[in-house]
Structure formats: C-alpha cells, structure tokens
Write a protein that binds this ligand. Structure first.
Ligand SMILES: Nc1nc2c(ncn2[C@@H]2O[C@H](COP(=O)(O)OP(=O)(O)OP(=O)(O)O)[C@@H](O)[C@H]2O)c(=O)[nH]1
Ligand SMILES: [Mg+2]
Length: 270
C-alpha cells in the first residue's frame, strides 16, 4: 500500500463516479472526505472535495452540469496511463514520448492530464497521463481512449486499481506495467493490446514507406486500399503482399485477402 492514499479512498472515488442522484453524489463525496489522507500533499484534493460538496448541498434541484475533459485523439490510437500517485507514470511518459512532465518525489505532482506522442515502428500513439486524484472529469479521458496502461509499483495495489477502473465503467483493453519496465517491452505491450495491424505500403520497384497504415485486426486488402485513396478500390487490379500472412514473398492476392500485422502491401491499379 502506498502511504499517500488509502484503498477506502479509491473505493469512495469509484462510488462517487458511479453516483447518479444528488444524494448519492453527496454521500460519495462525504465518504471521500472521511477517507482522504490528512497529510499536506492532499490539501488541494481535500479543498476540492469540500468545495464540490458545498456546491452540491447548495443545489436545490435541477441537473448539475457534468464537466468533462476530452483530449482530441491524435495519431493512430490514444492510451491512458493510470496508476496510484508516485507509481512512475510521468517517468514512463517521459521515456516513451516527447513529453516533459514534471517528475518529483512528492505525491500528486501531476495535477492535469499530460499528453505525449510515442512514435514506434511507423505508428504514432498518443499517451495521456491521468492525474492520480482520479477526478471524474479526468477519468472521462480514460473512458474514451483506446486502451489503459495500469502503472503500479506494488502488485498488492492491483485488485483495488482494477476495482476503481470498473467503478468508472471503463471497459477498454488494459495492460499492467510494473516498476521494472523496459521501454521497448512497454511499447510492444501497448501495441499488442490495441488489436491493430501495421501495414507498410510500397509502390512497384520502390521500398516500403516508413509510416504504417494502421487498421483493425482482420482488415482486408480492400480496406487498406480504401484507406490509402478512395480511387484505389475503383481501379484495383491486384495486390502483392510480403510478410507473415503469405506463403511466398510478393504473393499475388485479391481485394478480399486478409492482411496480417507488419505485412508489406503493393497495390496494382488497372
Ligand atoms: N527508484 C525508482 N524511482 C522511480 C522509478 N520511477 C519513478 N521513480 C521516482 O519516483 C518519483 C515519482 O515518479 P513520477 O514519475 O513523478 O510518478 P507519478 O506516478 O507521475 O506521480 P504523481 O504525478 O505525483 O502522481 C520520482 O521521484 C521518480 O524519480 C523507478 O522505476 N525506480
Ligand atoms: Mg506524474
């Protein structure tokens, strides 16, 4: 258990996030306040809870507007880094992407979502560090992204972290990253959970392009061609494929052919 936040607090956050009525929300916030750590590092969080509680108690009816934060997706996929405070999320983000988040040995250093872009084997994946206060307006990002990387230091924290994730009704592919992570392994794991394939297109007589065409698993040559240019499907004659999915290099295939990850594709037009 980290010393900074209790499991009861995480559970209370989950209950607050799932609350629908004003009464349920008030009960959730009161529970959060009573389980929130009292040390100085949590002062801002306690103040936030108190102010929310005061606002809700003042309301006499009507619907409170629910603020949400969304981050426009950039690149081929968006993945949220979620974990307890001081689990090393910012450190991971800084190693995998161009982002320069604040890294410090004090809890709740990251107070706002931090975005980074990870380029890997011709694929661009957007990573977002979610602050460990698990504020519902930030957890909304995790609810809408393509996958979750759960970062942890102590594996005893995992059941509660998973419970918190399901408390927020997050149903996305998820991987778990322990503190001994190796950047290359993490990149592979992130890619592996997304259920996508990388296709490298080439023109006859030329080398494949570096930027991968990223498609869902099970995509056909027709879907790949359509992604390159809509006219490619109209004038499609045949394609050649190099890679794991074919028996011999440069095999001639039709539009219905199902591609595999890392295939090289050459489209011939009529
Ligand atoms: N020894 C060791 N220290 C680490 C490791 N990863 C991170 N740290 C240190 O742990 C502290 C917190 O790291 P961060 O990456 O800021 O953790 P975080 O999860 O982003 O924390 P918050 O944003 O505060 O919630 C920093 O002092 C890091 O230098 C690690 O793998 N080993
Ligand atoms: Mg951080």
């Amino acid at each position: 258990m980290p010393t900074n936040v209790t499991i009861d607090f995480i559970k209370a956050q989950g209950r607050f996030a799932a609350a629908v009525t004003r009464e349920e929300k008030i009960a959730g916030l009161e529970e959060m306040l009573s389980t929130c750590p009292t040390h100085k590092g949590c002062d801002t969080m306690r103040a936030e809870i108190k102010s929310k509680l005061a606002k809700l108690k003042k309301q006499t009816g009507g619907k409170a507007a629910r603020r949400v934060t969304t981050i426009p997706k950039e690149g081929d996929a968006q993945v949220s880094l979620v974990g307890l405070t001081q689990s090393g999320k910012s450190t991971l983000l800084s190693k995998l992407t161009n982002a320069k988040p604040k890294i410090a040995a004090r809890p709740y250093t990251t107070t706002k979502p931090v975005i980074g872009s990870m380029e890997w084997t011709g694929v661009k994946i957007q990573l977002v560090e979610i602050p460990s206060t698990f504020h519902p307006i930030h957890m909304n990002i995790a609810q809408n992204c393509d996958g979750i990387a759960l970062v942890y230091k102590n594996k005893d924290d995992l059941p509660e972290l998973r419970e918190m994730i399901s408390g927020f009704r997050i149903r996305k592919p998820m991987i778990e990253i322990d503190s001994g992570w190796d950047p290359e392994d993490v990149k592979k794991k992130i890619w592996g959970m997304l259920g996508l394939i990388r296709i490298y297109c080439k023109e006859p007589g030329k080398k494949p392009v570096g930027k991968a065409l990223v498609l869902p698993c099970g995509s056909t040559v027709e879907e790949a061609a359509n992604n390159v240019h809509k006219d490619f499907v109209k004038f499609f004659k045949f394609a050649r494929v190099w890679g794991d999915s074919v028996k011999h290099a440069g095999e001639r295939v039709g539009e219905e052919y199902i591609l595999s990850d890392k295939d090289v594709l050459e489209i011939h037009l009529a």
